[in-house]
Write a protein that binds this ligand. Sequence first.
Ligand code: AMP
Ligand code: ZN
Length: 473
Amino acid sequence: MRIYNTLTKTVEEFVPNNPPQVKMYTCGPTVYHYAHIGNLRSYIMEDVLEKYLRYAGYDVTRVMNITDVGHLSSDGDTGEDKMLKGAEREHKTVMEIAEFYTKAFFDDCAKLRIKRPDIVQPATGCIDEFIQMIGTLLEKDYAYKAGENIYFDTSKVRDYYCLTGHSADNLMVGVRDDVDEDTNKRNRADFVLWFTKSKFENQQLKWDSPWGVGYPGWHIECSCIACKYLGEYLDIHCGGVDNIFPHHTNEIAQSEAAFGHKWCNYWFHVQHLNERGGKMSKSKGNILTVSVLEDEGYDPMVYRLFCLQSHYRKPLEFSYDVMDNMKTVYESLMKRVKALKPEGEPDMAKVQEYRQKFTDAVGEDLNTSLGITILYELLKDSVSDATKAESIRDFDKVLSLGLTEALDEAAAGSGDEAGVDADLAAYVEAKIQERLQAKAAKDYAKADAIRNELAAQGIRLKDSKEGTTWEKA
Ligand code: AMP
Ligand code: ZN
Protein backbone atom coordinates (compact mmCIF):
# COMPACT_ATOMS: atom_id res chain seq x y z
CA MET A 1 0.00 0.00 0.00
CA ARG A 2 1.06 3.60 -0.57
CA ILE A 3 0.09 6.15 2.02
CA TYR A 4 0.69 9.83 2.74
CA ASN A 5 3.06 10.20 5.66
CA THR A 6 2.79 13.48 7.58
CA LEU A 7 6.35 12.97 8.78
CA THR A 8 7.88 13.04 5.28
CA LYS A 9 5.03 14.93 3.59
CA THR A 10 4.98 12.47 0.72
CA VAL A 11 2.96 9.48 -0.39
CA GLU A 12 5.17 6.51 0.40
CA GLU A 13 5.18 2.75 0.13
CA PHE A 14 4.05 1.40 3.50
CA VAL A 15 6.72 -0.93 4.87
CA PRO A 16 6.21 -2.10 8.46
CA ASN A 17 9.17 -2.98 10.69
CA ASN A 18 8.34 -6.69 10.90
CA PRO A 19 5.92 -7.72 8.17
CA PRO A 20 3.31 -9.12 8.23
CA GLN A 21 2.96 -7.57 11.68
CA VAL A 22 1.64 -4.00 11.82
CA LYS A 23 1.64 -2.06 15.07
CA MET A 24 -0.98 0.63 14.83
CA TYR A 25 -1.88 3.27 17.39
CA THR A 26 -4.90 5.57 17.41
CA CYS A 27 -5.57 8.54 19.67
CA GLY A 28 -8.91 7.80 21.25
CA PRO A 29 -11.65 10.23 22.26
CA THR A 30 -11.74 12.54 25.25
CA VAL A 31 -14.80 11.15 26.95
CA TYR A 32 -16.43 14.25 28.41
CA HIS A 33 -19.16 14.44 25.78
CA TYR A 34 -20.60 12.50 22.86
CA ALA A 35 -18.30 12.12 19.87
CA HIS A 36 -19.50 14.42 17.09
CA ILE A 37 -19.65 13.18 13.54
CA GLY A 38 -16.41 15.08 12.81
CA ASN A 39 -14.53 12.97 15.36
CA LEU A 40 -16.20 9.95 13.83
CA ARG A 41 -14.99 10.90 10.36
CA SER A 42 -11.47 10.35 11.69
CA TYR A 43 -12.42 7.04 13.27
CA ILE A 44 -14.22 5.84 10.12
CA MET A 45 -11.18 6.53 7.95
CA GLU A 46 -8.81 4.93 10.46
CA ASP A 47 -11.14 1.91 10.51
CA VAL A 48 -10.92 1.66 6.72
CA LEU A 49 -7.14 1.92 6.93
CA GLU A 50 -6.97 -0.88 9.50
CA LYS A 51 -9.34 -3.07 7.50
CA TYR A 52 -7.45 -2.40 4.29
CA LEU A 53 -4.16 -3.41 5.91
CA ARG A 54 -5.77 -6.65 7.11
CA TYR A 55 -7.27 -7.17 3.63
CA ALA A 56 -3.80 -6.71 2.14
CA GLY A 57 -2.56 -9.55 4.36
CA TYR A 58 -1.04 -7.70 7.30
CA ASP A 59 -1.48 -8.89 10.84
CA VAL A 60 -2.56 -5.68 12.56
CA THR A 61 -2.55 -5.01 16.28
CA ARG A 62 -4.35 -1.78 16.99
CA VAL A 63 -4.30 0.06 20.30
CA MET A 64 -6.46 3.01 21.32
CA ASN A 65 -6.35 5.11 24.48
CA ILE A 66 -9.38 6.66 26.12
CA THR A 67 -8.60 10.14 27.46
CA ASP A 68 -10.31 10.34 30.82
CA VAL A 69 -7.83 12.62 32.58
CA GLY A 70 -5.45 15.49 31.92
CA HIS A 71 -6.88 17.02 28.70
CA LEU A 72 -7.39 20.74 29.11
CA SER A 73 -9.55 22.84 26.82
CA SER A 74 -6.47 24.12 25.04
CA ASP A 75 -4.24 21.34 23.76
CA GLY A 76 -1.37 23.51 25.05
CA ASP A 77 -2.11 22.69 28.73
CA THR A 78 -4.14 25.77 29.55
CA GLY A 79 -7.81 26.43 30.06
CA GLU A 80 -10.33 24.25 31.81
CA ASP A 81 -10.09 20.52 32.47
CA LYS A 82 -12.41 18.89 29.92
CA MET A 83 -13.44 15.95 32.11
CA LEU A 84 -14.17 18.22 35.06
CA LYS A 85 -16.23 20.47 32.83
CA GLY A 86 -18.30 17.46 31.71
CA ALA A 87 -18.79 16.30 35.30
CA GLU A 88 -19.93 19.74 36.44
CA ARG A 89 -22.27 20.09 33.47
CA GLU A 90 -24.02 16.86 34.37
CA HIS A 91 -23.61 16.89 38.17
CA LYS A 92 -21.79 13.57 38.09
CA THR A 93 -18.33 12.35 39.02
CA VAL A 94 -15.55 12.36 36.44
CA MET A 95 -15.50 8.55 36.40
CA GLU A 96 -19.27 8.38 35.82
CA ILE A 97 -18.91 10.78 32.91
CA ALA A 98 -15.98 8.78 31.52
CA GLU A 99 -17.87 5.50 31.72
CA PHE A 100 -21.02 6.91 30.16
CA TYR A 101 -19.31 8.61 27.20
CA THR A 102 -16.91 5.73 26.57
CA LYS A 103 -19.89 3.44 26.15
CA ALA A 104 -21.68 6.04 24.02
CA PHE A 105 -18.58 6.31 21.81
CA PHE A 106 -18.40 2.56 21.15
CA ASP A 107 -22.17 2.41 20.58
CA ASP A 108 -21.75 5.06 17.88
CA CYS A 109 -18.78 3.20 16.45
CA ALA A 110 -20.85 0.01 16.26
CA LYS A 111 -23.60 1.84 14.38
CA LEU A 112 -21.00 3.06 11.90
CA ARG A 113 -19.46 -0.43 11.63
CA ILE A 114 -16.18 0.83 13.06
CA LYS A 115 -14.31 -2.16 14.45
CA ARG A 116 -13.30 -1.90 18.09
CA PRO A 117 -9.48 -1.75 18.33
CA ASP A 118 -7.79 -4.88 19.69
CA ILE A 119 -6.80 -3.03 22.84
CA VAL A 120 -8.64 -0.08 24.38
CA GLN A 121 -6.94 1.49 27.38
CA PRO A 122 -8.29 4.33 29.54
CA ALA A 123 -5.51 6.69 30.64
CA THR A 124 -6.49 6.42 34.32
CA GLY A 125 -5.54 2.73 34.20
CA CYS A 126 -1.88 3.43 33.40
CA ILE A 127 -0.73 5.98 35.97
CA ASP A 128 2.24 3.82 37.05
CA GLU A 129 3.49 3.67 33.47
CA PHE A 130 3.22 7.48 33.15
CA ILE A 131 5.15 7.98 36.38
CA GLN A 132 7.84 5.63 35.16
CA MET A 133 8.32 7.37 31.80
CA ILE A 134 8.29 10.83 33.42
CA GLY A 135 10.97 9.53 35.83
CA THR A 136 13.08 8.41 32.88
CA LEU A 137 12.68 11.81 31.20
CA LEU A 138 13.78 13.57 34.41
CA GLU A 139 16.77 11.23 34.75
CA LYS A 140 17.79 11.89 31.16
CA ASP A 141 17.39 15.63 31.75
CA TYR A 142 14.61 16.06 29.20
CA ALA A 143 12.22 17.19 31.94
CA TYR A 144 12.29 19.71 34.78
CA LYS A 145 10.27 20.73 37.79
CA ALA A 146 8.85 24.25 38.01
CA GLY A 147 6.02 25.69 40.06
CA GLU A 148 5.42 22.18 41.42
CA ASN A 149 4.67 20.75 37.98
CA ILE A 150 6.90 18.58 35.79
CA TYR A 151 7.50 19.91 32.26
CA PHE A 152 9.11 18.51 29.13
CA ASP A 153 11.96 20.67 27.88
CA THR A 154 11.41 20.94 24.14
CA SER A 155 14.74 22.74 23.62
CA LYS A 156 16.51 19.46 24.43
CA VAL A 157 15.23 17.59 21.36
CA ARG A 158 16.97 18.08 18.05
CA ASP A 159 14.01 18.30 15.71
CA TYR A 160 10.96 19.12 17.79
CA TYR A 161 9.02 20.42 14.76
CA CYS A 162 9.71 17.39 12.54
CA LEU A 163 6.03 16.60 12.12
CA THR A 164 4.71 20.06 11.37
CA GLY A 165 7.56 21.84 9.67
CA HIS A 166 6.76 24.80 11.99
CA SER A 167 9.47 26.94 13.38
CA ALA A 168 9.52 28.28 16.93
CA ASP A 169 8.38 31.65 15.54
CA ASN A 170 4.96 30.45 14.47
CA LEU A 171 4.64 27.99 17.30
CA MET A 172 1.13 28.94 18.24
CA VAL A 173 -0.33 27.72 14.97
CA GLY A 174 -2.99 25.22 15.91
CA VAL A 175 -3.20 26.41 19.49
CA ARG A 176 -5.90 28.76 20.69
CA ASP A 177 -4.50 32.21 21.25
CA ASP A 178 -6.96 33.33 23.91
CA VAL A 179 -5.20 31.47 26.66
CA ASP A 180 -2.74 32.55 29.33
CA GLU A 181 0.93 31.71 29.02
CA ASP A 182 2.27 29.42 31.74
CA THR A 183 5.20 31.34 33.22
CA ASN A 184 6.76 28.17 34.65
CA LYS A 185 7.75 27.02 31.19
CA ARG A 186 11.34 27.52 30.11
CA ASN A 187 10.33 27.51 26.45
CA ARG A 188 6.97 28.38 24.99
CA ALA A 189 6.56 24.93 23.47
CA ASP A 190 7.29 23.04 26.71
CA PHE A 191 4.41 20.98 27.98
CA VAL A 192 3.23 19.52 31.26
CA LEU A 193 4.02 15.89 32.03
CA TRP A 194 2.64 15.91 35.57
CA PHE A 195 0.54 18.51 37.39
CA THR A 196 0.95 18.58 41.14
CA LYS A 197 -0.22 22.07 41.69
CA SER A 198 -3.68 21.82 40.33
CA LYS A 199 -5.27 25.03 39.25
CA PHE A 200 -8.56 23.21 39.61
CA GLU A 201 -9.48 23.21 43.26
CA ASN A 202 -12.15 20.61 42.75
CA GLN A 203 -9.88 18.25 40.79
CA GLN A 204 -11.40 14.84 41.43
CA LEU A 205 -8.75 12.45 40.19
CA LYS A 206 -5.34 12.63 41.87
CA TRP A 207 -2.57 10.12 42.37
CA ASP A 208 0.53 9.94 44.48
CA SER A 209 3.81 10.38 42.63
CA PRO A 210 7.47 11.01 43.47
CA TRP A 211 6.71 14.69 42.75
CA GLY A 212 3.64 15.00 44.94
CA VAL A 213 -0.06 14.21 44.61
CA GLY A 214 -1.34 15.20 41.20
CA TYR A 215 -2.36 14.02 37.76
CA PRO A 216 -0.76 13.50 34.35
CA GLY A 217 -0.70 15.90 31.43
CA TRP A 218 -2.53 14.81 28.30
CA HIS A 219 0.33 13.93 25.93
CA ILE A 220 2.20 11.39 28.07
CA GLU A 221 -0.68 8.91 27.97
CA CYS A 222 -0.34 8.01 24.31
CA SER A 223 3.42 7.38 24.44
CA CYS A 224 3.05 5.15 27.50
CA ILE A 225 -0.04 3.26 26.35
CA ALA A 226 1.46 2.62 22.91
CA CYS A 227 4.70 1.39 24.53
CA LYS A 228 2.89 -0.81 27.04
CA TYR A 229 1.08 -2.81 24.37
CA LEU A 230 3.16 -2.36 21.22
CA GLY A 231 6.70 -1.89 22.48
CA GLU A 232 9.15 0.87 21.57
CA TYR A 233 8.62 0.70 17.80
CA LEU A 234 5.35 1.71 16.14
CA ASP A 235 4.55 1.26 12.47
CA ILE A 236 1.70 3.71 12.11
CA HIS A 237 0.05 6.30 14.31
CA CYS A 238 -3.31 7.93 13.51
CA GLY A 239 -5.45 10.89 14.44
CA GLY A 240 -7.25 13.94 13.11
CA VAL A 241 -5.14 16.80 11.72
CA ASP A 242 -5.66 18.88 14.86
CA ASN A 243 -3.60 16.25 16.69
CA ILE A 244 -0.48 17.00 14.61
CA PHE A 245 0.39 19.94 16.78
CA PRO A 246 0.97 20.00 19.66
CA HIS A 247 -0.23 16.50 20.64
CA HIS A 248 1.61 14.24 18.18
CA THR A 249 4.59 16.56 18.09
CA ASN A 250 4.85 16.16 21.87
CA GLU A 251 4.29 12.41 21.70
CA ILE A 252 7.26 12.09 19.35
CA ALA A 253 9.48 14.34 21.47
CA GLN A 254 8.88 12.50 24.73
CA SER A 255 8.86 8.96 23.26
CA GLU A 256 12.10 9.40 21.35
CA ALA A 257 13.71 11.12 24.33
CA ALA A 258 12.69 8.24 26.61
CA PHE A 259 13.58 5.41 24.19
CA GLY A 260 16.66 6.98 22.63
CA HIS A 261 15.65 6.08 19.07
CA LYS A 262 13.08 6.79 16.35
CA TRP A 263 9.62 5.73 17.49
CA CYS A 264 7.05 5.66 14.68
CA ASN A 265 7.64 5.57 10.92
CA TYR A 266 4.24 6.56 9.47
CA TRP A 267 1.83 9.27 10.62
CA PHE A 268 -1.70 9.18 9.22
CA HIS A 269 -3.94 12.21 9.69
CA VAL A 270 -7.55 12.74 8.67
CA GLN A 271 -8.70 16.19 7.62
CA HIS A 272 -11.59 17.80 9.42
CA LEU A 273 -15.27 17.64 8.86
CA ASN A 274 -16.52 21.20 8.82
CA GLU A 275 -19.88 22.82 9.16
CA ARG A 276 -20.70 25.92 7.23
CA GLY A 277 -19.58 27.92 10.26
CA GLY A 278 -16.16 26.22 10.39
CA LYS A 279 -14.61 23.24 12.18
CA MET A 280 -17.01 21.00 14.04
CA SER A 281 -16.06 20.99 17.70
CA LYS A 282 -17.38 19.45 20.90
CA SER A 283 -16.64 22.53 22.94
CA LYS A 284 -19.02 24.61 20.77
CA GLY A 285 -21.91 22.70 22.35
CA ASN A 286 -24.94 21.68 20.29
CA ILE A 287 -22.98 18.88 18.71
CA LEU A 288 -23.99 16.82 15.74
CA THR A 289 -24.01 13.16 16.78
CA VAL A 290 -24.92 9.86 15.16
CA SER A 291 -28.17 9.89 17.16
CA VAL A 292 -29.08 13.30 15.73
CA LEU A 293 -28.56 11.90 12.22
CA GLU A 294 -30.74 8.90 13.06
CA ASP A 295 -33.46 11.18 14.44
CA GLU A 296 -33.32 13.09 11.16
CA GLY A 297 -33.99 9.82 9.34
CA TYR A 298 -30.51 8.85 8.13
CA ASP A 299 -29.12 5.35 8.50
CA PRO A 300 -25.59 5.74 10.00
CA MET A 301 -24.34 3.92 6.89
CA VAL A 302 -25.35 6.97 4.85
CA TYR A 303 -22.83 8.98 6.85
CA ARG A 304 -20.16 6.29 6.42
CA LEU A 305 -20.75 6.36 2.67
CA PHE A 306 -20.54 10.17 2.72
CA CYS A 307 -17.10 9.91 4.37
CA LEU A 308 -15.90 7.16 2.04
CA GLN A 309 -16.94 9.13 -1.04
CA SER A 310 -14.38 11.81 -0.30
CA HIS A 311 -10.63 11.60 0.22
CA TYR A 312 -9.48 11.61 3.84
CA ARG A 313 -6.89 14.33 3.18
CA LYS A 314 -9.46 16.85 1.95
CA PRO A 315 -11.63 18.89 4.30
CA LEU A 316 -15.25 17.77 4.05
CA GLU A 317 -18.23 20.03 4.49
CA PHE A 318 -21.30 18.61 6.11
CA SER A 319 -24.78 19.62 4.97
CA TYR A 320 -28.18 18.01 5.07
CA ASP A 321 -28.55 18.52 1.31
CA VAL A 322 -25.52 16.34 0.67
CA MET A 323 -26.81 13.83 3.21
CA ASP A 324 -30.12 13.66 1.33
CA ASN A 325 -28.27 12.86 -1.89
CA MET A 326 -26.19 10.26 -0.09
CA LYS A 327 -29.32 8.70 1.35
CA THR A 328 -30.73 8.23 -2.15
CA VAL A 329 -27.42 6.84 -3.38
CA TYR A 330 -27.17 4.43 -0.44
CA GLU A 331 -30.73 3.22 -0.72
CA SER A 332 -30.44 2.53 -4.43
CA LEU A 333 -27.10 0.77 -3.88
CA MET A 334 -28.70 -1.47 -1.25
CA LYS A 335 -31.62 -2.19 -3.56
CA ARG A 336 -29.27 -3.26 -6.34
CA VAL A 337 -27.29 -5.48 -4.01
CA LYS A 338 -30.41 -7.07 -2.52
CA ALA A 339 -31.83 -7.71 -5.99
CA LEU A 340 -28.88 -9.97 -6.91
CA LYS A 341 -29.78 -13.63 -7.30
CA PRO A 342 -26.48 -15.37 -6.66
CA GLU A 343 -27.01 -18.88 -8.00
CA GLY A 344 -24.30 -21.35 -8.91
CA GLU A 345 -20.56 -20.92 -8.48
CA PRO A 346 -18.86 -17.52 -8.81
CA ASP A 347 -16.26 -17.08 -11.53
CA MET A 348 -13.20 -16.93 -9.26
CA ALA A 349 -10.90 -15.60 -11.98
CA LYS A 350 -13.21 -12.58 -12.32
CA VAL A 351 -13.47 -12.21 -8.55
CA GLN A 352 -9.67 -12.16 -8.38
CA GLU A 353 -9.52 -9.59 -11.19
CA TYR A 354 -11.92 -7.30 -9.30
CA ARG A 355 -10.06 -7.86 -6.06
CA GLN A 356 -6.89 -6.66 -7.76
CA LYS A 357 -8.60 -3.55 -9.14
CA PHE A 358 -10.07 -2.74 -5.74
CA THR A 359 -6.75 -3.38 -3.98
CA ASP A 360 -4.91 -1.09 -6.39
CA ALA A 361 -7.52 1.66 -6.04
CA VAL A 362 -7.83 1.75 -2.27
CA GLY A 363 -4.13 0.98 -1.81
CA GLU A 364 -3.19 4.26 -3.44
CA ASP A 365 -3.37 6.54 -0.38
CA LEU A 366 -6.69 5.08 0.76
CA ASN A 367 -8.69 6.17 -2.26
CA THR A 368 -12.01 4.91 -0.97
CA SER A 369 -14.11 6.77 -3.51
CA LEU A 370 -12.27 5.01 -6.34
CA GLY A 371 -12.94 1.74 -4.49
CA ILE A 372 -16.65 2.57 -4.58
CA THR A 373 -16.42 3.39 -8.29
CA ILE A 374 -15.09 -0.14 -8.82
CA LEU A 375 -18.04 -1.49 -6.86
CA TYR A 376 -20.38 0.26 -9.34
CA GLU A 377 -18.33 -1.00 -12.27
CA LEU A 378 -18.81 -4.51 -10.92
CA LEU A 379 -22.56 -4.05 -10.51
CA LYS A 380 -22.82 -2.92 -14.15
CA ASP A 381 -20.64 -5.75 -15.45
CA SER A 382 -22.20 -8.69 -17.31
CA VAL A 383 -20.64 -11.23 -14.90
CA SER A 384 -23.02 -13.53 -13.01
CA ASP A 385 -24.79 -12.45 -9.86
CA ALA A 386 -22.87 -15.11 -7.94
CA THR A 387 -19.60 -13.50 -9.09
CA LYS A 388 -20.91 -10.05 -8.16
CA ALA A 389 -22.01 -11.20 -4.71
CA GLU A 390 -18.65 -12.85 -4.05
CA SER A 391 -16.77 -9.65 -5.01
CA ILE A 392 -19.11 -7.42 -3.04
CA ARG A 393 -18.51 -9.51 0.08
CA ASP A 394 -14.81 -9.13 -0.55
CA PHE A 395 -14.93 -5.32 -0.97
CA ASP A 396 -17.15 -4.94 2.05
CA LYS A 397 -14.39 -6.35 4.29
CA VAL A 398 -12.82 -2.92 3.78
CA LEU A 399 -15.79 -0.65 3.06
CA SER A 400 -18.11 -2.04 5.77
CA LEU A 401 -21.16 -0.44 4.20
CA GLY A 402 -23.54 -3.21 5.25
CA LEU A 403 -23.37 -4.84 1.79
CA THR A 404 -22.51 -8.27 3.16
CA GLU A 405 -25.44 -8.06 5.57
CA ALA A 406 -27.70 -7.02 2.67
CA LEU A 407 -26.63 -10.08 0.69
CA ASP A 408 -27.17 -12.34 3.71
CA GLU A 409 -30.57 -10.81 4.31
CA ALA A 410 -31.61 -11.27 0.68
CA ALA A 411 -30.41 -14.88 0.77
CA ALA A 412 -32.28 -15.56 4.02
CA GLY A 413 -35.34 -13.77 2.61
CA SER A 414 -35.55 -16.00 -0.46
CA GLY A 415 -35.01 -19.00 1.82
CA ASP A 416 -37.98 -17.86 3.87
CA GLU A 417 -40.04 -17.50 0.72
CA ALA A 418 -39.17 -21.04 -0.23
CA GLY A 419 -40.14 -22.15 3.28
CA VAL A 420 -43.42 -20.28 3.11
CA ASP A 421 -44.13 -21.77 -0.33
CA ALA A 422 -43.49 -25.30 0.93
CA ASP A 423 -45.88 -24.77 3.85
CA LEU A 424 -48.53 -23.35 1.52
CA ALA A 425 -48.21 -26.26 -0.92
CA ALA A 426 -48.65 -28.80 1.89
CA TYR A 427 -51.72 -26.94 3.13
CA VAL A 428 -53.34 -26.69 -0.31
CA GLU A 429 -52.59 -30.34 -1.12
CA ALA A 430 -54.28 -31.40 2.12
CA LYS A 431 -57.35 -29.28 1.22
CA ILE A 432 -57.46 -30.84 -2.26
CA GLN A 433 -57.46 -34.33 -0.71
CA GLU A 434 -60.26 -33.33 1.68
CA ARG A 435 -62.27 -32.01 -1.26
CA LEU A 436 -61.70 -35.21 -3.25
CA GLN A 437 -62.98 -37.24 -0.33
CA ALA A 438 -66.04 -34.95 -0.02
CA LYS A 439 -66.74 -35.41 -3.74
CA ALA A 440 -66.34 -39.18 -3.45
CA ALA A 441 -68.87 -39.09 -0.62
CA LYS A 442 -71.09 -36.94 -2.89
CA ASP A 443 -70.90 -34.09 -0.34
CA TYR A 444 -70.80 -31.44 -3.07
CA ALA A 445 -71.64 -28.63 -0.64
CA LYS A 446 -68.49 -29.40 1.36
CA ALA A 447 -66.40 -29.71 -1.83
CA ASP A 448 -67.62 -26.28 -2.99
CA ALA A 449 -67.02 -24.80 0.45
CA ILE A 450 -63.37 -25.95 0.29
CA ARG A 451 -62.96 -24.44 -3.21
CA ASN A 452 -64.45 -21.15 -1.99
CA GLU A 453 -62.34 -21.15 1.16
CA LEU A 454 -59.17 -21.50 -0.91
CA ALA A 455 -60.34 -18.88 -3.41
CA ALA A 456 -60.78 -16.45 -0.53
CA GLN A 457 -57.14 -17.13 0.35
CA GLY A 458 -56.03 -16.37 -3.23
CA ILE A 459 -55.71 -20.00 -4.36
CA ARG A 460 -57.43 -21.04 -7.58
CA LEU A 461 -58.18 -24.74 -8.18
CA LYS A 462 -58.31 -26.25 -11.68
CA ASP A 463 -59.99 -29.61 -12.22
CA SER A 464 -59.00 -31.72 -15.22
CA LYS A 465 -58.97 -35.38 -16.27
CA GLU A 466 -55.48 -35.68 -14.78
CA GLY A 467 -56.67 -34.45 -11.39
CA THR A 468 -56.75 -31.13 -9.54
CA THR A 469 -53.95 -28.55 -9.80
CA TRP A 470 -53.70 -25.11 -8.17
CA GLU A 471 -52.16 -21.70 -8.64
CA LYS A 472 -51.92 -18.42 -6.78
CA ALA A 473 -54.57 -16.02 -8.11
P1 AMP B 1 -11.06 14.36 20.91
O1 AMP B 1 -12.17 13.54 21.48
O2 AMP B 1 -11.33 15.82 20.92
O3 AMP B 1 -9.73 14.04 21.57
O4 AMP B 1 -10.93 13.99 19.37
C1 AMP B 1 -11.03 12.67 18.90
C2 AMP B 1 -10.50 12.58 17.47
O5 AMP B 1 -11.31 13.34 16.56
C3 AMP B 1 -9.08 13.09 17.28
O6 AMP B 1 -8.40 12.20 16.42
C4 AMP B 1 -9.27 14.44 16.61
O7 AMP B 1 -8.15 14.79 15.85
C5 AMP B 1 -10.47 14.17 15.74
N1 AMP B 1 -11.27 15.35 15.37
C6 AMP B 1 -11.62 16.40 16.15
N2 AMP B 1 -12.41 17.27 15.47
C7 AMP B 1 -12.57 16.77 14.22
C8 AMP B 1 -13.28 17.18 13.04
N3 AMP B 1 -14.02 18.30 13.01
N4 AMP B 1 -13.21 16.39 11.93
C9 AMP B 1 -12.49 15.24 11.95
N5 AMP B 1 -11.81 14.79 13.03
C10 AMP B 1 -11.83 15.53 14.16
ZN1 ZN C 1 -2.69 10.68 21.47
